[in-house]
Design a protein around this ligand. Structure first.
Ligand SMILES: *Cc1c(COP(=O)(O)O)cnc(C)c1O
Ligand SMILES: [Zn+2]
Length: 396
């Protein structure tokens, strides 16, 4: 069973039946899954969840899958939250934490979206999925598709990191390299979906990936004993992660499971070489304009034209948060610092959140009393070029 009531467009508020496979709204906006939270509240308590298996599926009442036999899982989720005592001390941020998504299957937070999305594809008897990916999504969906026995077709920019291209091929997916950017890949993917009857699972083209990423927010709340940190720094490319965390907090508040009254401020962290959401945020716009010539070592942030720009900007606004851009040089410094001072080999996207914390401390947004959570979205080991550059750097 599931507690889903319907799907809803956050833009035109049109509702869709949950029993049909969903893509995007007729108005062009991504759709969001809505739950009967009153029913959830009567069916389960947070105390009942506490002893469950430590994977993201411990929150199944807040996930859209109704057929348990459709679930494709490799134990994703329940990743550790570590306190950064050394860096927190030197940065005068004594309550600095990092949630380490690198230990997920396939080495990134993309496993959460793929586990949920692939499970929904199986529930709807889909035989083939297709997606665009700039980095880790391709490997994650290819791995879950292999395990779930679905065909998988991945369109990637030809200059995507080599380990990401290799993992897609290793899992037996069909890899198509595109001379262009991830939005060109997304266009090709949706065209092939239409022509061949494949299910398009590119970021924000269906509502189930966000639900998987939502478990990141549910876990943050539970791991902080239902009193989430004041500020969460989210590396943001397509924005499904940030929207997922925002949605988690909203649902938990409605369930009455959160202690305290504050809402975590969600800060989108982008790369200065590709920061369409930061630019939109700073100009007060509700949608982002495409970023020309995007270039950054943080492949997961190289999304020049995020399809879900409106819901991302709305989530930032509603949380009272913001958006900041970090240079590749600062990213490399962050990788170096986290490795040498905390023993964490983070991905460039995750390293950007450390630089963002320093920037927000300098602006006075973060103080020594703030509980601040960095998200390391993936494994540094998947970025050999960035690692090499980070470790050959002279200490700043
Ligand atoms: C995909 C990805 C991101 C960005 O996540 P979105 O949900 O697309 O905003 C950040 N870091 C890594 C390592 C990623 O793979
Ligand atoms: Zn709509």
């Amino acid at each position: 069973m599931s507690f889903v009531s319907h799907l809803e467009c956050p833009r035109c508020h049109l509702g869709y039946e949950a029993s049909k496979l969903a893509a995007v709204c007729g108005c062009g906006s991504p759709l969001l899954v809505q739950y009967d939270l009153e029913h959830v509240r009567r069916a389960v308590t947070k105390e009942a969840i506490a002893p469950r298996a430590t994977t993201m599926w411990r929150y199944w009442e807040l996930l859209p899958v109704s057929d348990a036999s459709a679930v494709v899982t490799m134990g994703e989720g329940w990743t550790p939250v570590v306190r950064l005592e050394n860096l927190g001390g030197s940065l005068d941020l004594p309550h600095l934490y990092l949630k380490d998504e690198s230990v997920n299957p396939t080495g990134s937070l993309k496993a959460r979206g793929a586990s949920c999305g692939l499970s929904m594809a199986r529930q709807f008897n889909i035989h083939d999925i297709v997606l665009a990916s700039a980095g880790n999504a391709g490997g994650a969906w290819a791995a879950y598709a292999a395990r779930g026995l679905l065909g998988c077709h991945v369109f990637m920019p030809q200059d995507a990191p080599e380990p990401n291209r290799q993992e897609v091929a290793a899992y037996g997916a069909d890899l198509v390299l595109v001379r262009g950017l991830v939005n060109d890949c997304a266009r090709a993917a949706s065209e092939q979906a239409r022509l061949r009857g494949w299910f398009d699972v590119s970021a924000m083209r269906e509502p189930y990936r966000i639900e998987g990423k939502k478990t990141l927010g549910l876990e943050i709340a539970e791991q902080f004993e239902w009193d989430p940190p004041e500020v969460i720094l989210c590396p943001t490319g397509g924005g499904a992660g940030l929207v997922g965390i925002w949605k988690a907090m909203r649902e938990l508040r409605e369930l009455g499971w959160l202690r305290g009254n504050h809402q975590p401020l969600l800060v989108a962290v982008q790369s200065a070489g590709c920061a369409p959401l930061v630019r939109a945020w700073e100009s007060g716009a509700e949608e982002a304009q495409p970023w020309e010539r995007p270039l950054t070592i943080a492949a997961g942030l190289r999304v020049p034209r995020p399809f879900g720009d409106r819901p991302v900007l709305a989530a930032i606004r509603e949380s009272g948060g913001g958006a900041v851009a970090i240079t590749d040089e600062q990213i490399l410094d962050g990788m170096r610092l986290l490795a040498r001072q905390e023993g964490l080999l983070v991905c460039p996207e995750g390293a950007a959140t450390l630089a963002a914390a320093v920037l927000l401390r300098d602006r006075g947004v973060l103080t020594s009393s703030s509980r601040v959570l960095l998200l390391n979205t993936g494994a540094g080991i998947k970025y050999p070029d960035a690692l090499q550059r980070a470790s050959s750097r002279v200490a700043p």
